[in-house]
Design a protein around this ligand. Structure first.
Ligand code: GDP
Length: 194
């Protein structure tokens, strides 16, 4: 996809702040610091529209990025940051559930994981949550540049097995550093945009 326009429309904390449009929405979920912002920026050819930060767990808002006046990427705050209090985690859970379970415009969720490591128990929980609620999932295994090419297949197999991935769910190998997998990621997203 040729991205000609990308803008952040709102950082929402409550559902009444979500955009009142009917454009399809693609959520992005993943552990804090996994590379979610970098993924968005690479996909839309921007250096820094989505904020990349070295402070995991900081953003507790749903960030709506309108792309080509056609659809939204919705950046969901990262999970699995140990230093976050129980109360914060509960708040996170409620916000995510309110969005993922009730939002009609939501068409799919991209789950971003780190190719270097087996998915964490939080990743597994997130994937199972999506499956249980019938939300289409696209798995993106990012930071591919951090392991040698010769090990990619082995790592992808671990991802599939640990998540117990359903056969039809796309698994995209990606690198925000090199742009590897960008076209595959767009191909996986297209079907949800019409
Ligand atoms: P977020 O918290 O999930 O939004 O993660 P960020 O996008 O801020 O990325 C966290 C860190 O990982 C940053 O230092 C990024 O530069 C780095 N990073 C993200 N994606 C990649 C990638 O594909 N390759 C490499 N080498 N580093 C990455």
């Amino acid at each position: 996809m040729k991205v000609t326009k990308a803008e952040i429309v709102i950082s929402a904390v409550k559902s009444d702040q979500y955009p009142s449009t009917d454009f399809p929405e693609i959520a992005l979920a993943g552990r804090s610091n996994v590379g979610k912002s970098s993924f968005i920026n690479k996909m839309i050819n921007r250096k820094n529209l989505a904020r990349t930060s070295s402070k995991p767990g900081k953003t507790q808002t749903l960030n709506f990025y309108l792309i080509n006046d056609q659809f939204y990427f919705v950046d969901v705050p990262g999970y699995g940051f140990a230093k976050v209090s129980k109360r914060e985690r509960e708040k996170w859970g409620k916000m995510i559930e309110a969005y993922l379970l009730k939002r009609e415009q939501l068409k799919a969720c991209i789950l971003i994981i780190d190719i270097r490591h087996a998915p964490t128990s939080d990743d597994v929980m997130m994937y199972e949550f999506l499956k249980y609620h019938g939300i289409p999932a696209v798995i993106v295994a990012t930071k591919a540049d951090k392991i040698p090419k010769g090990k990619w297949q082995k790592h992808l197999k671990v991802v599939k097995e640990t998540l117990k991935m359903e056969k039809n769910d796309p698994l995209i190998l990606f690198s925000a550093e090199t742009g590897y997998g960008k076209e595959d990621a767009w191909s996986a997203i297209y079907p949800f945009l019409s």
